[in-house]
Design a protein around this ligand. Structure first.
Ligand code: UDP
Length: 345
């Protein structure tokens, strides 16, 4: 197949490209506005185009016209942006993805793999699990801007599903639950707020000796999945075209569920184990709206049910400790090589 990856330069995309190059089964075309995360990732079956799906309509349409499978990873997936730039989040995560969908619809026979989000479930109460085809979605009020991301993704899923049931396209939707691994995010100076996702914040704090900040008590849960397992899940989708046609899959590791407070303790423990040094970072509590800006509300994000993708033979293999340890090792190596130049912002 010819696989077009939109958003190939991001965290998930760059790992997907690496995986597909190593498999050597398909021709892979990558599109993104940046390619730093693809540095050193090369293969005879991979071509990269620097393009912006927001502007380069005709070139992107041409690439979609040539593809057998389009993987759409284009998104802002960083909670700090949901509050500060909700309209940009809506534009990219809904409108621009809709444009990609329309281009796919023009190209009969192309299949779409759309990366969505665990956040489409919104807030569930403790004890509940997320089932792809059964769970309800509950979101906060409109003035809690955080939900612009989730609702953009829900709407996109609904339109794709509508076209799927009308027989206009074959699609698979993946709902990622906190993929984690090398290149996940940029690091930030000590005591920064907003910015990247939690792993990068805690890693930055450990490296700089800054504070580890627990938003709203650190009681929220997340299930972390090693990006290597995420690549294997994607491969499972490729290997099972008929079972995955017009289906939605949770991709996560229910065994790697942890509160953010416990994540902080575990990362401190791993940091001390890996470096042989005592952590200089204090763990402090911060208010969510102070950290992210007005309109922040957390997504509790409890345990994903993965029965559906398990039935295709996929099983996550990395436990939480090894997932975090490997990712931390990557950033510790970078820190040794680059030092403070690694910090953005
Ligand atoms: N969080 C935190 N401290 C930080 C960064 C994030 O306590 O320095 C919390 C955040 O409030 C949320 C969780 O960590 O409960 C995960 O946030 P992340 O930014 O990784 O993204 P999300 O999983 O919400 O998409």
């Amino acid at each position: 197949m010819k696989i077009l990856i939109l958003g190939a330069g991001g965290f998930i995309g760059s790992h997907m490209v690496e995986h597909l190059i190593s498999m050597g089964e398909h021709d892979v075309v990558g599109v993104d506005i940046t390619h730093e995360k693809l540095a050193g990732i090369e293969g005879e079956n991979f071509i990269f185009h620097e393009m912006d799906v927001r502007q380069d309509d005709e070139p992107v349409r041409g690439l979609i016209g040539d593809a057998d499978l389009v993987v759409d990873l284009v998104a802002y997936a960083n909670p700090s942006l949901y509050n500060t730039t909700p309209l940009e989040v809506f534009d990219l995560n809904f409108y621009q993805n809709m444009k990609v969908l329309r281009m796919c619809l023009e190209n009969e026979g192309v299949k779409l793999v759309q990366y969505s989000s665990a956040e489409v479930y919104g807030k569930l109460t403790e004890g509940e699990r997320y089932y792809e085809d059964e769970s309800d979605s509950v979101f906060g009020p409109v003035d809690k801007q955080r939900w612009i991301y989730a609702t953009s993704k829900v709407l996109l899923e609904r339109v794709i599903h509508g076209h799927g049931t009308a027989g206009n396209i074959e699609y698979t939707i993946i709902r990622p639950f906190n993929f984690c691994g090398s290149r996940i995010d940029y690091l930030v100076p000590a005591n920064s707020q907003g910015g990247p996702r939690v792993f990068a914040h805690f890693m930055s704090a450990l490296l700089t000796g800054g504070r580890i900040q627990l938003v709203d008590g650190g009681d929220a849960h997340r299930s972390f999945l090693h990006v290597w397992d995420a690549n294997r899940a994607f491969q499972t989708i490729l290997d099972n075209p008929s079972a995955t046609r017009n289906q939605i899959f949770n991709v996560g590791n229910p065994d790697n569920n942890i509160t953010i407070r416990d994540l902080a303790s575990l990362m401190i423990e791993l940091y001390e184990e890996l470096t042989g040094e005592t952590s200089r970072s204090d763990v402090v509590d911060v208010d969510g709206e102070e950290f992210y800006g007005e309109g922040y509300e957390d997504s509790d994000r409890l345990v994903p049910d993965i029965t559906k993708i398990r039935s295709l033979g996929w099983e996550p293999e990395y436990n939480l400790r090894d997932t975090l340890r490997e990712t931390m090792e990557y950033y510790l190596k970078q820190w040794t090589e680059v030092g403070e130049g690694l910090l953005t912002g």
